[in-house]
Design a protein around this ligand. Structure first.
Ligand code: DON
Length: 595
């Protein structure tokens, strides 16, 4: 405990002291939260929470304690990045300052998903009641074309996933700097300083980081990333100090010059040339034209609570809203984990995904029927198609024929502001292409487009024309940063996830577990999850997440039940009496830090 406090103190000083401070080189998982419950203290949930019951063989127990904080909280997938964000808050920054600082820190210590070579979405709630959303999703390069991933044999190639053609024009730097300029209170230099120092002076690889370099050693070794994140072709052992001087230079230039330093001038010229030499098609003109877009958040309600979520180019907000609208029409939901619960929740997802996969795309290119899809009367018509005792085949509901890496940050500050931020390279380490001149991985977001209608992408999503590739168009995303307000309009939940289409279903289930099943936040996160994305027409369940009897009943109802890996990786904050609870998904290695 004393060591932990000492470590945190060093980190706090490191983040706060600025240029003259030494960056501590601890492992990414040993910077503990500032305030956990001592192990001797039993966690007593609020009176309105109900005990959760999970199947005996399920891997996470109910009743875990959250991290608690009186004033403010940051939950991200990398403990060092959470600590960076929390320290910015402690130093008087608001949730947006902390989000931007955390995101740049993630680009350094969590390079598999934290990024400056990708994109994402940030949802902002301000204490006075104003809300904002910024879309910094990647866009297809001007030289992209509809069938660029269809080979001469008519089959789709893997060029949308790996290599120099897989990337959309990165949006992260444009989005983060624009959010800071409009809603932050600190300078770029101040919020980016921890990230710059972590890149320059290094951080220590922990076992989770090491494992990921091992799992992705082939893709790292294939491109220049292997020179930084492998050692002679071998995974980095825990304890290694990783320094990233090229990234430090790029971050320093952004801190000084803002978005221009990344999208124009010598840094842009160098990395665009490096990419072109490798066969890529992103040009300086693409970078010059790229713009982060301010959007109006989707506002919906579920049993009297207000949900704020992300509109297109993310499908997250519409699909979550449609699902919850379908479910709200039932007087209450059946008990968590029961056959009927899986049937109703799975069927609601299935119907919402049918619309998602066929009708959604970049609003600058397609007419998205947002008002209709988020209308509760429309949801009632979908609800009416759910059979009492049978699964409905997707083919009878849709005209589309059947033919992972992201990171979410939740932040609540002491002033009542909140930020939900999801950002991604798509796959772990994106396209694999590492631009040595500027020190970052490029995304493989082009795979989120419909490469060919009716043909599944890497997540098995079968999508339609609305999401076909066009130059300058943003590919449809599932990222679902979400903020739930209580009946008085105060922040109740800040939540979001990673996992491709499972982002939508995992985020929705955490919201449902809290609002409907009245679980504690920790139980809501530990609870087993299901997933239905219309096509493939199967109900995915986490291994041992349903009892054998429930699984058998679902099969008897006509479901193709498929036991897959984890559904999503959520990071969430909940307001409770006296402060906040923060919970990182037990499926990952993230950590809440609060004060
Ligand atoms: O935007 C999307 O929907 C995907 N590119 C997200 C990818 C993802 O979550 C991978 N993480 N595990």
């Amino acid at each position: 405990m004393i060591r932990r406090i000492a470590v945190l103190f060093v980190l706090a000083v490191t983040v706060a002291r600025g240029a003259e401070a030494q960056v501590s080189t601890r492992g990414a998982t040993d910077a503990g939260p500032t305030r956990t419950l001592p192990s001797s203290t039993r966690y007593v949930p609020a009176a309105d929470r109900r005990p959760a019951h999970f199947p005996d063989a399920w891997r996470f127990p109910a009743g875990r304690a959250p991290v608690v904080a009186k004033r403010a909280m940051v939950v991200s997938d990398a403990p060092i990045a959470s600590a960076v964000g929390a320290e910015i808050l402690r130093r008087g920054g608001n949730a947006v300052d902390a989000a931007v600082a955390t995101a740049f820190a993630l680009a350094v210590v969590y390079p598999e998903a934290g990024n400056i070579g990708g994109g994402g979405f940030m949802l902002i709630h301000l204490a006075g009641g104003r809300n904002a959303a910024i879309d910094f999703r990647e866009a297809a390069p001007l030289a992209a074309s509809r069938d660029m991933y269809v080979g001469p044999d008519g089959k789709t190639t893997d060029q949308s996933i790996v290599g120099p053609l897989a990337s959309g024009v990165p949006g992260a730097v444009a989005g983060l700097t624009a959010a800071l300029a409009r809603y932050g209170t600190m300078s770029r230099a101040r919020v980016m300083q921890p990230a710059i120092r972590l890149a320059e002076q290094g951080f220590v690889v922990d076992s989770a980081f090491s494992q990921r370099t091992s799992d992705y050693r082939d893709i790292l070794g294939k491109f220049a990333g292997g020179t930084v994140f492998l050692s002679n072709g071998e995974p980095l052992p825990p304890g290694t100090v990783v320094k990233q001087p090229a990234l430090a230079r790029t971050l320093r230039a952004i801190a000084r010059g803002g978005r221009k330093a990344f999208y124009e001038g010598p840094i842009a010229e160098a990395w665009v040339k490096e990419l072109a030499d490798a066969g890529g098609i992103i040009t300086l003109e693409d970078l010059r034209r790229y713009k982060a877009e301010w959007r109006t958040p989707i506002r919906s309600t579920y049993r009297g609570r207000t949900l704020l979520s992300m509109p297109p180019a993310s499908s997250g907000g519409i699909t979550m809203t449609e699902t919850l609208n379908i479910l709200e029409g039932f007087d209450s939901l059946p008990p968590f984990g029961s056959t009927r619960w899986a049937h109703l929740v799975g069927s609601a997802f299935q119907r919402a995904f049918i619309d998602r996969n066929a009708k959604l795309g970049d609003p600058a290119f397609v007419n998205v029927p947002l008002a209709q899809l988020t209308d509760k009367r429309y949801a009632a018509t979908l609800r009416a198609t759910i059979g009492a005792t049978r699964a409905t085949p997707t083919t009878s509901l849709t005209t589309i024929k059947e033919g992972t890496q992201t990171t979410h940050v939740s932040i609540a500050d002491a002033r009542g502001n909140a930020v939900a931020l999801t950002t991604t390279l798509n796959d772990l380490y994106g396209s694999g292409v590492y631009l040595a001149s500027a020190g970052f991985f490029l995304n493989d977001e082009m795979d989120d487009f419909t490469s060919r209608p009716g043909v599944p992408n890497m997540y098995g999503l079968i999508q339609g024309e609305a999401n076909a590739i066009q130059p300058g168009k943003r590919m449809l995303s599932a990222m679902s940063p979400t903020i739930v307000l209580d009946a008085r309009g105060r922040v109740l939940l800040v939540v979001g996830s990673r996992g491709g289409p499972r982002i939508i279903t995992s985020t929705t289930q955490v919201v449902l577990n809290v609002l409907e099943h009245r679980m504690t936040l920790a139980d809501a996160m530990s609870a087993p999850r299901i997933h239905h994305q219309a096509l493939p027409d199967s109900l995915r369940v986490e291994p041992n997440g349903l009892t054998p009897a429930v699984t058998d009943s679902l099969v008897a109802m006509g479901y193709s039940v498929f036991s897959g890996g984890g559904v999503g990786q959520v990071n969430a904050i909940m307001r409770v009496r006296g402060g906040f609870e923060g919970v990182a998904d037990p499926r990952g290695s993230g950590r809440p830090v609060g004060y």
